[in-house]
Write a protein that binds this ligand. Structure first.
Ligand SMILES: [Zn+2]
Length: 200
């Protein structure tokens, strides 16, 4: 059964419940795919988008953050044991920046070691992996947003020197500590908003 879903992604719009046709239109207009993907709406409020191959899937997963007409859109790899409540509403891929990360730590191994302090590192953006930019490294990391977010981590560089590294996020979902739910915040109803730069 897993076979035919192997290139599928789960799509969830935070703070809105779009119709299937709205999502179809959005995908056709914004994802520039060669073939139209099959899209299904799940009654729990998320969508399954069946992409035609792995390249397309990765292209969509690793671009972003994504916005659906101003609302943040979470896009995640579908897996055989996908669980909407445990994953989309809890563990979310988030672009993380490491400002002024020393260049000696930009190797794939270092980045994934640093990223795993925060969660499960998925991907470094092209400017990071090809060293096209030097002011910050940017990595997509699956983070459990129900936990307190880490703003600074201790890193040991390849020469054994330990230093403090700042962490910043392109966008964070609103998370309600009271209801333990992503998508709103009882303490602050105005928190649903698009990606923004968090300057620390
Ligand atoms: Zn709440």
């Amino acid at each position: 059964m897993g076979e035919c879903w192997q290139n599928a992604v789960v799509v969830y719009v935070v703070g809105q419940n779009p119709t299937l046709s709205a999502i179809n239109q959005y995908v056709a207009a914004n994802w520039s795919l060669l073939e139209e993907p099959k899209i299904y709406k799940h009654e729990e409020g998320f969508f399954l988008v069946k992409l035609n191959n792995r390249e397309e899937r990765d292209k969509i997963l690793y671009s972003g953050p994504h916005l659906f007409y101003g609302k943040p859109m979470i896009i995640k790899n579908w897996s055989a044991n996908f669980n909407f409540h445990e994953e989309i509403l809890k563990v979310i891929p988030i672009w993380v920046k490491f400002p002024n990360l020393p260049l000696k730590c930009w190797g794939e191994d270092s980045l994934s070691r640093i990223g795993s302090v925060l969660g499960v590192p998925l991907y470094a953006d092209e400017c990071t992996s090809k060293c096209l930019r030097v002011s910050f490294a940017r990595v997509l990391i699956e983070i459990d947003v129900t936990q307190d977010l880490v703003k600074e981590i201790e890193v040991e560089d390849p020469y054994g020197v330990v230093f403090k590294q700042k962490v910043s996020f392109d966008w964070l979902p609103p998370f309600c500590k009271k209801c333990q739910k992503v998508g709103h915040n009882c303490g602050n109803q105005s928190q649903v908003k698009g990606p923004e730069k968090v300057v620390q």
